[in-house]
Design a protein around this ligand. Structure first.
Ligand SMILES: [Zn+2]
Length: 460
């Protein structure tokens, strides 16, 4: 199959130029003005931007959480991602207690077989005795080059400082790194128990029992541990200014510390958790939504590269059937929210259209930086000869109102219901195949491929 994209304006993290693109099979094979190569399929991209496909490095498809399972599986979730212009995801395989991480990886490979865009994995480690550390090296060789640890959720996912330190040391040696969920789980647990004992069971208490300082302390501690272990560190879903300051300070010292944030921390707040009739439950995710004052600070973090990228932490649960499990008690509400489809247009509209970031920085945040950070560049995240032909034709003038009525995620609500955005994916190409064309789905179940990722090189 060959495709010629004509008359497009190519926008990368660094360049902006008018050119044609020739795609042969799965790769970009030529870029140049006035290409006259014969192609089976010609696309006229006049008036559109040509950007590298989005890379979302934080999703939870079909993930077991709090006695239920996130409502998007690898098929519906990756299809929704594609509609939103994301052509690669990195999901989380979760080690069960006592399980070997190699077995965990096999389970997730199986689950992901139905994916429609390419996918890689991080490994969530819940147990890592000294004797098993070599298992980490094995899965690094299989392309799982990042490990996620939790400093929250005691008794479920939380690991102690010794385990964290051990895993960081091993990661530092084997070319991988740790992605940290940084919240002080012990203190939070006490606050949660006190709230429940005091009859404070509404959704807003999810946020009120997880204070800003719980995140900041854990970010600081994890940076200190990584420093002692002489290992790189990546903080997932940074939600507060306080946490960001610790990351900025570490980076000022030249430490290999990185961070991501998510659209919901940039655009939503604790006020959403106060919505009446249990609607606040739609916004129960972790770390919680914060006071509005953090939003502009997080944008600044992205502007100054103290935060390197935007991911979604997509972890949807249906409001009617799943969120309501916690109607009488916020601690039972499954933690997570949908977003994999909305990342590009939300950051484009509120970032580029509203003058917070440049077009180049936007491409960098949603595609190039995640690909570099997680060992996929220049295969992904680039418009270059030899790169995978993962390309989005982006219509900067397309107006769209976000709604659960029209989105493709398998969930009955949107956290951004009624948000109007300008700019959206018109045509989406994944490894040389048009999978979305003007709102129409053309992809096939199971066409996504496993992404064996490179080792950490510190290139962001
Ligand atoms: Zn997550």
């Amino acid at each position: 199959m060959s495709i010629l994209i004509k008359n497009g304006r190519i926008i990368t993290d660094e360049k902006d130029f008018q050119s044609d693109i020739y795609i042969e099979d799965e790769k970009i094979s030529d870029i140049g003005v006035g290409l006259s190569l014969g192609a089976e399929h010609i696309i006229d991209a006049k008036g559109l931007y040509i950007i590298p496909g989005g890379v979302d490095v934080h999703t939870h498809m079909e993930a077991p959480v709090g006695g239920t399972i996130s409502s998007d599986d690898f098929e519906t979730g990756t299809r929704a991602a594609a509609f939103g212009g994301t052509t690669s995801i990195i999901d989380f395989a979760t080690q069960s207690h006592g399980q070997k991480i190699r077995e965990t990886l096999d389970i997730w490979w199986k689950k992901a077989e139905k994916a429609v865009v390419d996918y890689g994995f991080h490994m969530i480690v819940t147990d890592m005795p000294e004797a098993d550390l070599k298992d980490m090296d094995e899965i690094v060789r299989e392309g799982v080059t990042s490990f996620k640890l939790f400093m929250a959720y005691p008794g479920v996912l939380m690991t102690d400082d010794a385990t964290i330190f051990r895993v960081m040391q091993q990661a530092g040696k084997n070319g991988s790194f740790v992605c940290m969920h940084a919240e002080n789980g012990g203190a939070i647990d006490v606050l949660v128990k006190q709230a429940v004992a005091g009859g404070k069971k509404d959704p807003v208490y999810h946020a009120l029992t997880r204070p800003d300082t719980a995140e900041a302390e854990a970010v600081y501690r994890s940076i200190a541990l990584a420093r002692m272990a002489d290992a790189p560190l990546y903080i997932v879903h940074v939600s507060t200014y306080d946490a960001l300051e610790h990351i900025a300070e570490a980076r000022d010292r030249g430490l290999p510390v990185y961070g991501e944030t998510c659209p919901h921390y940039l655009l939503l707040s604790i006020d959403d958790l106060k919505r009446p009739d249990f609607e606040g439950a739609k916004y129960v995710l972790t770390p919680p939504l914060r006071e509005k004052r953090h939003q502009e600070k997080l944008w600044q973090g992205l502007q100054r590269n103290n935060l390197q990228l935007v991911s979604t932490d997509h972890c949807p649960f249906c409001f009617q059937e799943q969120k309501t499990i916690g109607r009488e008690d916020f601690t039972k509400i499954p933690n997570g929210g949908p977003g994999v489809e909305d990342r590009l247009h939300l950051t484009y509209h509120h970032g580029v259209n509203e003058g917070r970031i440049s077009l180049h920085r936007w491409v960098e945040l949603v595609s190039t930086a995640p690909a570099k950070m997680f060992g996929l560049y220049p295969r992904k995240g680039a418009i270059a000869v030899g790169s995978d032909a993962d390309i989005v034709l982006w219509d900067p003038s397309k107006e769209h109102t976000i709604s659960a009525q029209s989105h493709h995620m398998n969930v009955d609500y949107s956290m951004y219901e009624g948000f109007s955005v300008r700019g959206g994916a018109e045509t989406v190409i994944s490894r040389g195949e048009v999978i979305v064309d003007k709102g129409k789905w053309l992809g096939e179940k199971g066409r996504g491929k496993y992404l064996k990722r490179d080792q950490y090189t510190g290139r962001v």
